[in-house]
Design a protein around this ligand. Structure first.
Ligand code: NIG
Ligand code: FE
Length: 396
């Protein structure tokens, strides 16, 4: 059993509220020890216990690895032209998803897995140590099964989004599509997934259709999460809260009742500003959610349509600049918040017992993530205590 001491840390974000240093629990002159993939000690560097190996992080800031709770990585094809058209004034409509459905259906599982893994590598390089991956571009029994198997080969956090948008052949037969999701796709795909999701939105699925999908998913042993209130006001938030979903994502168009419902529930509100940025849409009012007492998570939502970015640091910068979150709130939302959105208590913090999923920044503290937008500041990443992005100085 080899123990590793991380030391010479510029500032350490622990996300430990018991330290009485705010929600981020920032420590100066701190160190921590990792053994068998877990954090076994955190404290003042001067009191660090003897360890087998030492990782000197050279005065850099160290944070919990980012927890991405919302991504759509199982896809094929390219929609850069749709993006360019949007930038010339064409509005975003969920219908663009159908372009990706066609390409994804035509791709082999091996091609999809290669693309998924390469995007996950991008995410990791930018500091993400846990990545939830959704299906949602198959939208047929065969292609959703292929997609969920690909996702399961790549991550432990797999979400079945069989009800993303009704595919072209069911455009005028939504009820039949929902029936197929409930009767065929959920039973066949559930063994490969942990989560059931639905796009509850005008142009995608109605409140009743969404409820039917989520209930069938939970009856099959999956936990619920919802895409809601992204493009218009709607039932997504209330439905998520009613069904005890772990998270409702996008949350752009919210009534006072929606905000109240989130503030008085355990359902996390996940903001995905990369999508609003790349659709030139309205940003969610994260300030209103936070001030009301809701738990807010932040993700990059990598997908080929609305947010083709794997950079959580970029989304932290957006959250601070445009969602009026403080840098501390944004960093919490991208780490502990993402963990909460996935119902996880073993990740998103640097505390005794947590998984040793951590990152080091080419910066003295976490504020630089928002202060230096677009700069690739992540200099080292460790998952379960294993190096995944080596620091220059680290001897491996
Ligand atoms: O998270 N909201 C729906 N789903 C994706 C977009 C999918 C697409 O346009 O391909 C999202 O924004
Ligand atoms: Fe999404």
């Amino acid at each position: 059993m080899t123990s590793r001491l991380f030391t010479n840390i510029g500032s350490l974000v622990t996300n430990d509220p018991t330290l009485d240093r705010g929600p981020l629990g920032v420590l100066e002159n701190a160190a921590f020890v990792v053994e068998q993939g877990r954090i076994i000690w955190v404290g003042a560097a001067s009191q660090a216990p003897a360890s087998d190996r030492c990782i000197d992080v050279g005065g850099r800031a160290v944070l919990p690895g980012f927890v991405e709770s919302h991504s759509h990585l199982v896809f094929a094809g390219d929609r850069s032209h749709e993006f360019a058209a949007r930038m010339e004034g064409k509005p975003y409509e969920a219908g663009g998803i159908r372009t990706t459905i066609e390409a994804t259906r035509a791709a082999s599982a091996a091609e999809l897995e290669l693309n998924t893994r390469s995007l996950m590598q991008e995410y990791t390089r930018a500091g993400a140590t846990t990545i939830e991956v959704k299906t949602g571009y198959g939208q047929s029994a065969e292609s959703e099964l292929k997609s969920v198997q690909v996702a399961a080969a790549c991550t432990d956090e797999v979400t079945l989004l069989a009800a993303h948008v009704a595919p072209p052949e069911y455009r005028d037969k939504h009820d039949e599509y929902v029936q197929m999701v409930v009767d065929t796709m959920i039973p066949e795909c559930a063994p490969y997934a942990s989560w059931i999701d639905v796009f509850c939105e005008r142009g995608a699925f109605s409140e009743d259709e969404s409820r039917a999908v989520l209930q069938a998913g939970t009856a099959a042993g999956l936990k619920a999460r919802v895409h809601g209130n992204q493009l218009t006001y709607g039932a997504g938030v209330q439905l998520a809260v009613e069904l005890g979903a772990a998270s409702v994502d996008h949350v752009v168009y919210l009534t006072d009742a929606d905000v109240d419902a989130l503030a008085n529930s355990s359902t996390v509100a996940t903001v995905l500003p990369g999508a609003d940025f790349s659709t030139r849409g309205t940003y969610p009012d994260a300030r209103r959610l936070l001030d009301a007492g809701a738990t807010v998570a932040l993700g990059a939502d990598c997908n080929p349509g609305t947010s083709f970015t794997t950079s959580i640091p970029f989304c932290i910068a957006l959250a601070v600049r445009d969602l009026h979150m403080s840098p501390d709130e944004a960093v919490w939302a991208a780490t502990a918040g993402g963990a909460a959105a996935l119902g996880r208590t073993d990740i998103g913090a640097i505390t005794v017992g947590a998984r040793a999923d951590v990152l080091a920044l080419e910066a003295p503290n976490h504020l630089h993530l928002a202060y230096r937008p677009g700069v690739p500041l992540v200099a080292g990443v460790w998952k379960d205590g294993q190096t995944v992005v080596p620091l220059n100085e680290e001897d491996n």
